[in-house]
Design a protein around this ligand. Structure first.
Ligand code: A3P
Length: 329
């Protein structure tokens, strides 16, 4: 296999010497490794280990956690706008108008480069507070300083049917031209087996779900579908959860509606900063983070046997957990 590099230019595929079970990625030209019980992209393992070892939390930190393609960028934008609503009360000059949410709310997996760790520790310590980070790492693999603290974690979760469609469309768009496209059928089989970046998706969801049940003041579990159906209600909930509730004055001034509009799919997709350019040092075009942004696109992609198979898996894997999704037929 050819060498592939992560955002730091590291070729971690060849550096990974751990004796891990390995599978072909369904959508990327690098393998997935079963690392700490989740399918970690080979090119992320070193970065994940560095953040596990070196990340030092602060009480005011906010973490936006998600399984990939569940609405991460939307929740990052909302968490940023809500946390900073007093600082940026007017939309004029709002950072979300000129920066992509992935830039304002960086992934923790990529906060520590392979170079001077002390430099990264210092840079993070000096970030403006509240520091808001994203992560795709499953709950059990988060650093102790997050798990054992009162830091607020917001988890955004998506119906697996729409999650699959979104992931398949996205990975086929961002894959290198030289990598042959993975058919929907092949991708679906791997999704059903849980073999997908940061999967299995059911254990990812359940890890955060169980923590949100045990510690509701620490982990807020949010479904993309619910957020879409009543954004205003959930924006208020998030603000309360983060300890920055909107005042009556702010509410009557239209601040909540303004935040919803600013973070809406239509607005974000249309901003120049999200329409052009690539993210970080990587080669992912920012426009690829915005596709349809709606509930229920799965009906356009699923055959009846696929619907039956995934419905059974969802029921089986989530059975007895208290977590459920709308039935599909
Ligand atoms: P679709 O592919 O179904 O359109 P992630 O951010 O985790 O990668 O998730 C990407 C999904 O969120 C894509 O779903 C994308 O279109 C959708 N999305 C992006 N921005 C959004 C927004 N502001 N509101 C709602 N959905 C959004």
């Amino acid at each position: 296999m050819a060498a592939f590099t992560n955002v730091y230019g590291e070729n971690t595929e060849e550096k990974t010497t751990l004796p891990l079970q390995k599978e072909k990625s369904w959508a990327q030209p690098y393998p997935l490794y079963l690392f700490q019980d989740f399918w970690c992209p080979g090119i992320h393992i070193d970065a994940v280990q560095r953040f596990q070892q070196h990340f030092q939390s602060k009480e005011s930190d906010v973490i936006v956690a998600s399984f990939p393609k569940s609405g991460t960028i939307w929740m990052k934008a909302l968490a940023f706008a809500i946390s900073n609503h007093q600082r940026f009360s007017s939309l004029e000059g709002h950072p979300l108008l000129t920066s992509n949410p992935h830039e304002l709310v960086p992934f923790m997996e990529f906060t520590f480069g392979p170079d001077d760790i002390q430099d990264h520790i210092l840079r993070l310590a000096n970030m403006a507070e509240p520091r808001i980070f994203g992560t795709h790492t499953p709950f059990p693999s988060l650093p102790k300083s997050i798990k054992d603290s009162n830091i607020k974690v917001i988890y955004i979760c998506r119906d697996p049917f729409d999650n699959f469609v979104s992931a398949w469309a996205y990975f086929n768009k961002i894959k290198p031209v030289s990598f042959p496209p993975v058919s929907k059928e092949e991708a679906f089989e791997m999704y059903c087996n849980g073999v997908v970046d940061y999967g299995p998706w059911w254990s990812h969801m359940l890890g955060y779900w169980n923590e949100s049940v045990a510690k509701p003041n620490k982990v807020m579990f949010m479904k993309y579908e619910d957020l879409k159906e009543d954004t205003s209600f959930h924006v208020k909930r998030i603000a309360e959860f983060l300890g920055v509730p909107f005042t009556e004055e702010e509410e009557s001034s239209g601040m909540i509606e303004n935040i919803i509009k600013l973070c809406s799919f239509e607005k974000m997709k249309d901003l120049e900063v999200n329409k052009s350019g690539v993210i970080g040092r990587g080669s992912i075009e920012k426009k690829n983070f915005f596709r349809k942004g709606d509930n229920g696109d799965w009906v356009n992609h699923f055959s009846p046997p696929m619907t039956e198979k995934l419905s059974k898996i969802v029921d089986e894997k989530l059975s007895g957990s208290g977590l459920s999704f709308k039935k599909h037929s």
